[in-house]
Design a protein around this ligand. Sequence first.
Ligand SMILES: Cc1ncc(COP(=O)(O)O)c(C=O)c1O
Length: 373
Amino acid sequence: MSGREDAGPKPAGRFARVELSLIRQINALATPLSTNLGIGEPNSEPDETLHELARRAATTSWHYSANAGNPSLRKKLAGDPNEVCVTAGTQEALYAIFQAYVDPGDEVLVPDPGFVAYATLAKLCGAEPVPYPLQPPSWDLEADEVLRRITPKTKLIIVNSPSNPLGAVAKREALEAIANAGPLVVSDEVYRQLWYESEPASMRGMSRNVIAIDGMSKSHAMTGLRIGWAIAHPDVLKPVITAHQYIATCASVFSQALAEMILDAKEWNASWLERVRAQFREQREVALHAIEHELDVRLEPPPAAFYAFVPVPSCDTLTFAKTLATDAAVLVIPGAAFGIQGEGFVRISYAAPKEAIGAGIERIGRWLRAAGR
Ligand SMILES: Cc1ncc(COP(=O)(O)O)c(C=O)c1O
């Protein structure tokens, strides 16, 4: 065989700019003894009602639904079914939107630090991700930082409030300014139900340019059921539905039926969300207490999601996180995974049992003290 055949088929050129996510590199170092504070999914389990709804959902039609999703579910999500496309998770909504709107040479404004998928999807479309900075300690979204980066090439602005990896919530005025800036805006609101002080603002309906995306992965601990949606003006949504048709055909009809039953069970749903918030609020307290006492860092409580973005005494946080994974058996995500502004920080997820949060952070503290940091 020639060398060329040994190397196997060459991936498409658009993958050349996509690196193996640093998150995957850290997770690859996990052992059965590791304490995982790197995880991005809720540590809640379905209760008896949710199990019962799932059993009932399994008895409904297994056939394709309309591409955009069952009209009855779309109606419950937005009132007007023409404003909704139900997707295989929020991630698929993002992919479909990028496919529908982003051309090679376009610019996409992405938060820094921000969820890794935004810049990666821009690169996959041959576009340029243009980071706009969020600054510690509040990590406030300053509309000006976004607006002054808009050029004639700006096709899309991504906003993520509440934020992964920051747990920060943007102010309504900032969101309104961005919604009305001109370019199309994607508002990723997948953490919007997980708040601890007051309900975060939604960008939905702030202007005709806004596509709001959300799903049940984080709010209902349904990450594996892949159910999400995009809500926008029907004209804006049209090419997204076309893209979605060729990506997924339709979202799982089982997950759609379950989502609809959850929305119908209003009283149970409200109490479920209350319980989930109470659980994460308690876990946040344990995390902040341990971070203060073990790492000597006093953080303002992040108002939403389940992440703490913690400054660490190390300039190369990738090496730091890898060393912690191997020497202290604790997994955290290096801040650099989320952009240049994330360097000098690690993301600690408190979506873990309280004992694991306490023990994991204590192990980080012990390792730092032993290393004389
Ligand atoms: C900010 C953000 N957006 C979207 C997603 C994707 O979520 P889903 O499971 O709904 O695809 C995640 C998952 O971690 C996320 O953190």
